[in-house]
Design a protein around this ligand. Sequence first.
Ligand code: ADA
Length: 555
Amino acid sequence: GVRPRIPLDGFWGFRLDPGNAGESNGWFKGFESSDHIYVPASWNEQNPDWDGYSGVAWYLMDFYVPRELNGLTPWIIFEGSGYLSRVWVNGVFIGEHEGSFTLFKFKIPNLNYGGWNRVVVKIDNTLKPDNIPPGEGLNATYFDFYHYGGIQRPVWVEFTHGCFIDDLIIATRHDGYLKVQPVVNCSRPFKLELSLLDKSGGVVYSRVVEGAFEDYVKGLEPWSIEHPVLYTLEARLITNNDVEDTVTERIGFRTFEVKAGGFYLNGESIFLKGFGRHEDYPIFGRALPGPVLIRDYYNMRRINANSFRTSHYPYSNAHLDLADEFGVLVILEAPLVGLREHHFSNRDYLEKAKRVISEMIRQHRNRPSVVMYSVANEPNSITDEARVFLGELMNHVKSIDPTRPVIYTSFRHLDDKALGLGDAVALNIYFGWYSDTGDVETGVAKAVKLIEEVHSRYPDKPIIITEFGAEGVTGLHHDPPVAWSEEYQELFLRRYIEELSKKPYVRGLHIWNYADFRTPQNPRRVILNTKGLYTRDRRPKLATRTVAELFSKLK
Ligand code: ADA
């Protein structure tokens, strides 16, 4: 009943293919003069020659499969690779996936047992205006973060028996409500034995089912920020008295609601304080190594943050596993950043956007930490067409997962035609940085005026400031505090937090950004966007102590 796994993380063969000639030259069977590369990680900073490369590249790995596994069904699973990934095993094409940030898998029809197998992956991360996110040329993108490429998350081969559990869709509430919808791939009669295990492995609930059910489990501890209690739901698939498959899902019992103009966790009003973030680290690129993730969560705890947004794409399983464990609330954002007029009028693009949202929700919906979705960051939503487009995306989310609130983040503010569509109003605000640069008091006054007006238009909706921030170049000091100095960043964040938190309808403040991150080359950027409260390698800037103190006072 267990699924054997062969991890494919490690050193792979690699070759750039700027002319996109590899496929016609048969590289999917293998290729000569291969370079070395590590998976999972972006390719860019592993070799200075690949740093600015955006285009086609090939990956190759040979792996051994023991003969004992013959008779099972093999799958190759990529947690995230892209942008476009085409996969061959032993020279046979087995599938293609578009998008860098969601898990995908293909059945392997031709595996050699008791011998070697070769997987070849062709990646094309050329930026195109109808990609998600859209782009055009490496340095003229629609978004302000580096366009890394490669196999950036773990890869493995997994084996199932003939019948298997394809998915478990789980919903919980803090009063012990449990709903499970199993998706089982089996043409024979079957039943499912479900057990809920606590941390010590004790069975606190069990049940045998053939399909979906809901129930109340007694005596559970809810999942909360202070006590993020996790349980394991074990599902065993039984056919003819044999256990054919076993899967586990880690869950928590919690309720998150938007009501009465506020955010509520387990029935209690909560203020969301934290960050917009990025997955970005020297050399690793998009793949945050385990120790860095651990450090990030301890830093967030130290600074009294309770939440973050996965700006501007869904993060890795490891990243969000830790949110479940640390009790951090997550706004899970789809990679739809930088949408413009030509996207809103394009039905194919809408369908593609829905697909990526479906994949994102399927992968992360059972996490207690994920409390809200964001369908897009800063769409140019000043037309009726944009309003319809965003409305369709939000309806799509609700049709898949009616249990969670949904937002998008707005930079068009009062000109925004879709502002009231979300469960909360989310604003990205930079007065005092991009306008009134260096004049924080004018900036804050404009921000206050804006949220007063937004509140008067949407009095029932809580407001979350999903971005506000100023650049702070580490070690650049100035008295008086002028733009780009660490002192100005400290002043900017302090004044924004002090003034905006006075408004009772502001129920969330997310600083842009947790850490400095790499951007396209740009006259406004010093390789990095330096709005991080920490440097790219996680050293604190001047503002960290101020933020820790102000966040500790926000309840
Ligand atoms: C935008 C955008 C972010 C960020 C920010 C900035 O608001 O949403 O991606 O980079 O600008 O720093 O300019």
